[in-house]
Each structure stands twice: as C-alpha cells, then as structure tokens.
Design a binder for this molecule. Sequence first.
Ligand code: FHN
Length: 682
Amino acid sequence: MKNSAKQTAAALVFAVLAVSMLGGCFNRAGTDDQRMAWWRDARFGMFIHWGLYAVPAGEWNGETTHAEWIRTTARIPLETYDGFVDQFNPVDFNADAWVKMARDAGMKYIVITSKHHDGFCLFDSDQTDFNIMATPYKKDIMKALARACRKYRVKMCWYYSIMDWHHPDYLPRRDWEKDRSTEGADFDRYVAYMKAQLKELITNYGDIGVLWFDGEWERTWNREYGFDLYNYVRSLQPDIIINNRVGAGRSGMEGMDKSGGFAGDFGTPEQQIPATGLPGVDWETCMTMNDHWGWNKNDRNWKSSENLIRTLADIASKGGNFLLNVGPKADGTFPEESVERLRRIGEWMRVNGESIYKTSASPFRNLAWGRCTQKSVVGGTRLYLHVFDWPGDGKLVVPGIYNQVKKVYLLTDPTLEVSAERGPDDIILTLPSTAPDSINTVVVLEVRGKADIDNPPQISADFDVFIDKLPIILSTDREHVVIRYTLDGADPTSQSPPFKDAIMIRKTRTLATACFRDGRMVSGVVRREFRKVAPKPAFSKEALKPGLVYRYFEGDWNALPSFHRLRPVKTGTVANFSLENRRRNEYMGFEYNGFIRVPRDGVYGFSTDSDDGSRLYIGGYLVADNDGLHGLREQEGIIPLEAGYHPIRVTYFNKTGGYDLMVNFRSSGNPGVAIPDSLLFR
Ligand code: FHN
C-alpha cells in the first residue's frame, strides 16, 4: 500500500509539500524562530496524564502494573470501561493549586491529556458525550485549568491522542476486541471528528501554547494526514507550536524524525535523552517521575529529586526541553511523592533558574564533573557550570577553553570567594572547599567573546567509501582558526595544508584534521578513513517485467524466520515493497525478490524503516539489518554498485501491534527516498 501508484504520487506531492513547508514542518534554527521563542526559552514544562484510568489506579483483576493503557493492557470491554464515567468525581481537583505547583517548580507550560487513547475527553465537547460533563463532577476541567494558567502566567497546552479506542470510526480496532465490528467505520469521518474537537480545544480556552499529538503510529495514520492536520491546527491559531507526533515521521521512542521531511515543530524523545545535543534542532524529552504516566497506586519506583534536578540540567545542556510528568489521582490531587519532588525542584530553580531558562546547549563535548549551559551577554558569553561532583581540592578544571576570563562567581552565593587562573589550554577555578548545593552547584564563568572550545573541525562526506572520487568538506564554527589536515592519518602540524574548499580524494585515505591559531594546535585531532572500493558488478538483464515477486507467510516469530524453509500462504507479484497482500496485520511476514535498476555507478545507502523486523539484501549481500521486535525504526547500509540490474531481496515480519515497512535508498548528494516502482523489476 505504501508504494502503490497512488501512494507514490502522494509521496511525491508531499515531498514537494514538505519542501515548500520548510517553515511549517520539523523546525530548524532560522525558521519560525519568533513562534518558537517562548518554548525554547522555557526549557521546562509539566506533563499531566489524567483521565478515567485514574479510577482503577493501575489495578485490574489482581494485576497491578496497568495505568493509562489499562483498557487495552487489561482487555477491558468498552461498556465496562465506560462504567468509570460514573465513578470519576475529582472533588479535590483545584486548578489553582495544580498550576501554582507547576509554576513554583519553575515550569513554564503545562501539557495535559485533553483526550488520551481511551477517547475520554477531560473537556466539554459537543462532539461526544464521552466527556467530563457526563461524570458526577459535571464541570469542564480544562476551562478551570486554562483560567488558572492565565492567572499564574503558565502556558496552557493540550495533549491530544490521534489513536482513539472508543470512537466507532477509529481504525484499527484492538485486535482482542472481536465484538466491535468495523462495519460502517469511516476513518475520514473520524478525522473530521478530531478536527471538530481540536477546533473546540483551540478556540474555547484562550491562547494555547502547544498541541502535543500522540498515538500516531498505527497504520491508518500517515504523512498525508499529518501535514493536513498540522496545517489545520495552525490555521486555527497560527502561532501555535505542534510536536512531531502530528505526522508519521517519528522514529520510535528516540523521538526524532526520520529522513524525508515530516510535519511538526519539535522532536519528542520519550523516557530518554539524546546522547549529544542536536544543533539547530528543537526537541523535548518527556519523562515520568516513576514508571507510569497515569496514576498507579502501587508504583513506588520514584526518581529522586536529585535525579530530576540533574536530568533537567543534562537536558538543557544538550539544548532540549524537559517535560516532566505528573499522574494525578482520581480525586484530583497530585501524589504526595510528586508534590515533594516538585517542591524540591522549585527550591533549586528559585536559586538557579537563570542557568536553565533562555540558555543554549553546552559548547563542550563532555565535562567529567557535570554539565554546562550558556547564554550570550554583552561582550561575551556566560557559561553556567553545573557541578555535580565537587572537586575535593576545590580546583575545578574547565578543559579546552581559550577565552579570556571576565568574571566568575557562584549562583548560590555571589559573595563566596572564587578565583580563576588562565592556563595554556584550560581555565582552573578555585572554589570553596565544600559544595553549597550537593545536588548541583552552578558556577558562573563569564568569558570574552563567543565560547572558544577545543572542538575539532567537522568532517562531512556522503559516505566513507567511494568508487572513483569523493569530495570532503571540513568546517568549524570557531573564530580566528585555520583548519589544517593530512591525508595519511598523521597529526596535522602548523605546516600541514590549510582547508580551503572541498578536498577531492581519488585513493583510499585517512584524513586527520585539527584547528590551529598562531601556529599552535587549539583543538583535538579528528580522523576518518575513506576507502576506494570496486562496485559490485551489475547483471545485464533482458525482457524484465516491472514489479517484484512476493511470498506472504503467517506465523508467530520474535525475529525474521528462514522464509525459504516455510510454505507461503500466498504468492504473487506486486509493484513495490507493499503490505497490501497481507491477510492480517499481525503474525505475518513477507519476502520480496526482484531486481533494482541502478541508474549509475556509485555508492548507495539502502534502508528499511519497519515495525517489526526487516532485512534488505543486494546481490545476496546483507546491506540493511533491521531485524527484531521494535517500533518503527530505520536502519541503513551502504553498498557500491555498478549501473545496471542488481538482485534485491527484502524480508519483513510483524508480530503484534503497529506494522509498517518502508524501503528507501539514497546516493551521493541526494536525500533518502522510497525506491520508486520504476526501478523495480522481476
Ligand atoms: O501511549 C502513550 C503513553 O500512554 C504516553 O501518553 C506517552 C507519553 O509520551 N506517549 C505514548 C507512548 O509513546
């Protein structure tokens, strides 16, 4: 289905749309900066997961590990689950108290589940009776919360789930819900329902900061719907910010977008933090305080306040936002453990908030004793050194920095004595013998000019292998330095050639490069090998027909089976790597065989993007191994090919839940795209 002619045409349309909407889709520095400004400055928000699922509080039939997914994980029939409506009466809900706790913790925005996957609406919706007004509480929770947010100057933001286990038009059904017929279900009518609700949420509650979509991973949702919904929401409130889960571009729980251009303004890593910053990319890590998003009364695995304060500094030091979750109880109160952690975080933020708000990512690659955030100030840069591990001798080494020191002091107490000594490559700070704050003491180091850190140049090339020649670009954002390099892997010296423009190599080389200033190396050395390789020979093929041969299998696997040992349920030909010939969404697999016509000699990157596992072979070589049980995940491999026909084989399986398969390729100087039908033969 992914690559039928219609889809290919649609994909091409959306490729154009994606390019034309650069300002509107996944945000990069320089686009929509004004619209994103408050969000980037905020750095810290509260996530709230609340709804009917707080009534069972994670327990069902003796099992105690459920939460907001309980309708599915406990397989509760719809009419039974609807029964929670009569039990949901949060008489202790106090919007002002909630918003004040968020504000006092230093949080600048609140994202609350206006509607989670169960379909229940915490707001008064004209589109469905399955909402808060049908409960004994009979008041619009969202109205009260929006009012309190305006009162305490906290941005009101909505979480909204695309996936809806209640609405009769939403597809697919849960596989265990055999009694819920799909007869008459109309997904486009469901999309119209969502839009009507979003219009209510965006026009009835004042200015909304963020529309935080979720539940976008099922097969019925795609890039086309994503761009359409993104545009629709922006048409209602042009300066609203929308996460990347509005579309179909998120690559698993890492939360960042796959290649190819998708809708959405920021990436959404979940329960994890990108290992390094993502320069020029907006992202926000969302995280629970214990192990559940929704209230689970048996979950005692709370993260410590120390962990959460350091996590906030870690995320900010990588240039991201931190969306920290609270799962309120059915009575409308926050769990005491959450209240205590919010209070402790607030204590730290009241002293150190300026080291988080309006800061940008650390200029250092790694600091052994803690983290760093930074902001530009008149005449220089203010470096906020988040010291987790206080030096026993009071000497803190700030490594690989070449700026002149303007001043240094402690945020906790500027009157405390701190001094700085400028070494040849480092700055040594002399601090008080004990840390004023054992969790995270912030030392402010103001320096002249832009942070000048010993970061080596970046080496850019399409691939690490080449057939006849390969252009290599060296770059740095550092000022007043010369990039020098060698092509034999030796450390560059002040006599090595300076980089001017693309280095064109025609033989296997090991490039080594560093930054120099006044004849002295002022960075580390970075190396990368580039190999000249022979292309895999092509097959000269006559009278091939368009399309692939597929074999369809059914079975229960945790990894790709040896399909050649299995009897297929169905075989036939298909235009592309489509799943359209499946008989069911789960416990199924495919094997595709054919030829790809490679347009010219070159190095190619082939990738599969699949849920669950997949593999891609060219000429019998395993190029992309994306096997295993996982959500949608992209895996690429590289291979040099002669122009002409090459055997291509793709294997795929899905066990349960979401399912998808996309097969892409790229060549030097071109972005990844789905392999078009026109290049596939049998
Ligand atoms: O399925 C949801 C889950 O319940 C929770 O809402 C998280 C929060 O980001 N999002 C989905 C899982 O990725």
